[in-house]
Design a protein around this ligand. Structure first.
Ligand code: XMP
Length: 430
């Protein structure tokens, strides 16, 4: 390990991540580990400089308070405890320590160095991946989203051609999205990439399916089947790369923390296709994943892209998906993104996209009555996607986008701007 480590032992506090973030912000690497970690396991890291115990109200599991192992106290490492009774630690606080106290503990008592940099992190991970994988092969589903792209770049750096990436185009990608995955990973980073165009297969399964949940189920299920089929064609794969990041782990619950939602990126692969996981980003927060991607040389657009739902444009082509409306969503989305980038709004607005409902309205084209579709523009800002407010987009920008959509996108005669915050609306339409 290139960097000093401060370990936070998880006793069920919801503040563990806050402390880990504060320590990392001070330039020192910090990880959260289960409360029952053994002294042996901690020693194996060989870079632990200090331990933090954070108690609090959730320190009870099955009616019993959670305790760390006695042997941890005998490691001779500086320990700080917060709200943890009968502790044998040198430093003991009743509440979260302020920056000054935290600095004193980390730098003076633990003697840690502020050497947490992305460069060091990548070097560490490359080393760990090589140790774990040896000369075996790793399979990775590369969607082109931030997390899978950064994992791919990291694995390429660590094991090169031992990585096999599979990119499944489900036909619901944005304009040029699959092409750009192929260009960046196959042409520029020389990855071993299998490109599967499954558009027809997905669109066939989705025909006449109007229920949003059913659409999501079909897309998710079909994705796993296509990926499984590809995995079966390959031989000698022992590992599965995964873009698990730190919030995924927290939200899935730890031994002490309550489960927020199930984390099922791997979900669905059959028993006989179980691989050992390689998850080099599992300790990173989202902004750190982006910084890691930049350090690994990925294009800025790929690393700083807005969130995009797994089911893709499928949930923005409302109701039963038809090819003409899907095309209208894809083309209008491309125009919106282009014009937002020109106006500098791509750096300011959290998420922006277009939606095409499954009904027509009357209009006039070439002096004749026409019944055509409507494009709805949505641009929202949020911190955590739980609530969201609408971006006050400049009228001229909206007019330019509207005019372009009306003249360039087929089968569309009307453009609307969605003014609804979340709640009561949600960010997506279905
Ligand atoms: P809502 O519509 O619930 O969206 O306000 C909140 C955020 O989640 C994204 N979203 C999804 N992401 N699979 C995903 O990976 C999905 O099925 C899905 N549905 C919504 C949405 O784009 C927004 O950022």
């Amino acid at each position: 390990m290139k960097q000093d480590l401060i370990v936070i032992l998880d006793l069920g506090s919801t503040q563990n991540t806050v402390i880990a973030r504060e320590i990392r912000d001070l330039g020192v690497y910090s990880e959260i580990h289960p409360h029952d970690i053994t002294a042996e396991e901690l020693k194996a890291f060989d870079n632990v400089r200090g331990i933090i115990l954070n108690g609090g109200e959730n320190r009870i599991v099955d009616g019993k308070p959670v305790e760390i192992r006695e042997e941890i106290y005998e490691l001779g490492l500086p320990m700080l405890s917060i709200d943890y009774p009968q502790s044998k630690c040198e430093e003991q606080f009743n509440e979260l320590p302020g920056e000054k106290a935290l600095k004193k503990f980390i730098f003076e008592m633990c003697g840690a160095e502020a050497n947490w940099t992305m460069k060091n992190f990548i070097e560490d991970q490359v080393e760990l991946i090589r140790q774990q994988v040896g000369d075996k092969k790793v399979l990775l589903a590369l969607s082109g989203g931030v997390d899978s792209s950064v994992v791919a770049a990291m694995l390429i750096k660590a094991i090169g051609q031992q990585l096999v990436c599979v990119h499944v185009n489900h036909g619901l990608m944005r304009k040029n999205e699959s092409e750009s995955v192929v260009k960046v990973f196959r042409d520029e980073l020389h990855a071993n990439l299998i490109y599967v165009d499954a558009s027809e297969r997905f669109l066939g399964k989705l025909e006449n399916v109007a229920d949003p949940e059913q659409k999501r189920k079909i897309i998710g299920g079909e994705f796993i089947r296509v990926f499984e089929e590809e995995a079966r064609k390959l031989e000698g794969i022992d590992f599965l790369g995964q873009g698990t990041i730190y919030p995924d782990i927290i939200e899935s619950g730890t031994k002490t923390a309550k489960m927020v939602k199930s984390h099922h990126n791997v979900g669905g692969l059959p028993e006989d296709l179980k691989f050992e996981l390689v998850e080099p980003l599992k300790q990173l927060f989202k902004d750190e994943v982006r910084a890691c991607g930049v350090e690994l040389g990925l294009p800025h657009d790929m690393v700083y892209r807005q969130p995009f739902p797994g089911p893709g444009l499928g949930v923005r082509c409302l109701g039963a998906i038809t090819r003409d409306r899907l095309e209208a969503v894809r083309e209008s989305d491309a125009i919106l993104r282009e014009e937002f980038a020109k106006a500098g709004l791509d750096k300011k607005v959290w998420q922006y996209f277009t939606v095409v409902p499954d009904f027509k309205s009357v209009g006039m084209k070439n002096n004749a009555r026409v019944f055509e579709y409507m494009v709805i523009i949505r641009a929202i800002n949020t911190i955590d996607a739980m609530t969201a407010s609408v971006e006050k987009v400049d009228w001229d920008v909206l007019e330019t986008i509207t005019n372009r959509i009306l003249s360039e996108v087929e089968n569309v005669n009307r453009v609307c701007y969605d003014m609804s915050p979340k709640p009561p609306a949600t960010i997506e339409f279905e």
